[in-house]
Ligand binder design. Structure first.
Ligand code: IPM
Ligand code: MN
Length: 350
């Protein structure tokens, strides 16, 4: 299997080094050989190649089986015309990564804000919705017709709604609880979220064993806080999924623990859910768990269950003990010491 590693900006290089060390430790447990190639994206690529995601990187991503994608400082990039493209959006689009799978569950021993048991997966549509950089064939999906007036287009299609619903139902059917909630705002967005819901309902017919409900997005946010155990899999459009997945992960102990996989018909990209945290970059403070857990999702996608289980077990064991946590979780370990703990556990646990 060929993986392409793109470290990104800020804490990206540190957490990518940690993730690759963990992958190395788990290699003996993998059924196939894993070859990793690294390329630069973000500010490093902008300096050298004039673009935050050069065409050669896109080509390499298309040629690889999977991508490991670090966080990017996209908000600080210059305009598109000066090479500042959002690598995350470009890769999602170019590799047809239509599903963003974001699990959020509480970890034993880790302080969480969740009100009771919580184990949900947000299945977020990734290629349309309110995202101006990917919802038009030509030109951006937002514009300013006259000064002081800005318009944004939210594109919802039956095709994208069907794909994401199918991904959500297939996942829900494989989980013990077998529940799926379609999250929407069809009381206001009657036409677009109406189309989304009609399509999800149609897909639901093929999954009689999955309990199906529809929840307004604002109510869903409230329910996640008040009674998270009512949810199992949440399927939703791009922007709602972006926001709800951060809420869900934060309730479960923080974005630092939030794995995330972008998946499409022929490619996958494991991507940390959090940002590039430039304020702590280069200080050996970052928690690499989000990217490491994203790697385990990628490994599972390729059937490398044994390696994924071992890595996840090591993360759970380190998180359970305050002495083997990073400082964002009240621990004392830096990125590299935390990684050494993980590597040791992966290598020694049977
Ligand atoms: C995410 C991020 C991105 C998004 C940003 C960097 C554009 O927040 O992966 O959730 O909104 O999709
Ligand atoms: Mn986000």
């Amino acid at each position: 299997m060929r993986l392409l590693s793109l470290a990104g900006d800020g804490i990206g290089p540190e957490i990518m080094t940690a993730t690759l060390a963990v992958l190395d430790a788990a290699r003996p447990l993998c059924e196939r050989d894993i070859h990793v190639e690294s390329r630069q994206i973000g500010f490093a690529a902008l300096e050298g190649e004039g673009s935050t995601i050069p065409p050669a990187v896109i080509k390499a991503a298309l040629a690889a089986d999977g991508v490991l994608l670090g966080p990017v400082s996209h908000n600080a990039y210059p305009p598109r015309e000066a090479g500042g493209l959002n690598p995350s959006g470009v890769l999602r689009k170019e590799l047809d990564l239509y599903a963003n799978i974001r699990p959020a569950r509480v970890w034993p021993g880790v302080r969480s804000l969740a009100n009771g048991p919580m184990d949900v997966v947000v299945v977020r549509e990734n290629l349309e919705g309110f995202y101006a950089d990917r919802n038009m064939h030509l030109g951006p999906g937002e514009f300013m017709p006259t000064p002081g007036v800005a318009l944004a287009i939210r594109r919802i299609t039956e095709h994208a709604s069907r794909r994401i619903a199918e991904a959500g139902f297939a996942l829900a059917a494989s989980r013990p609880v077998r529940k799926l909630a379609a999250i929407h705002k069809a009381n206001v967005m009657r036409v677009s979220d109406g189309l989304f819901l009609d399509t999800v309902r149609d897909v639901a017919k093929a999954y009689p064993d999955v309990r199906y409900e529809e929840v307004l997005v604002d109510a869903a946010a409230a329910h996640l806080v008040r009674s998270p155990d009512r949810f199992d899999v949440l399927v939703t459009t791009n922007m709602f999924g972006d926001i709800l997945s951060d809420l869900a992960s934060e309730l479960c102990g923080g974005l630092g623990l939030a794995g995330s996989l972008n998946a499409g018909p022929s490619h996958v990209a494991a991507q940390a859910q959090h940002g590039s945290a430039p304020d702590i970059a280069g200080q050996d403070k970052a928690n690499p768990a989000s990217l490491i857990l994203s790697l385990t999702m990628l490994l599972r996608h390729f059937g490398e269950t044994c390696a994924a289980d071992r890595i996840e077990g090591a993360v759970a064991a380190c998180l359970a003990n305050p002495k083997t946590r990073t400082s964002d979780l009240g621990g004392e370990l830096g990125t590299s010491a935390f990684t050494r703990q993980l590597v040791q556990r992966i290598e020694t646990t049977a």
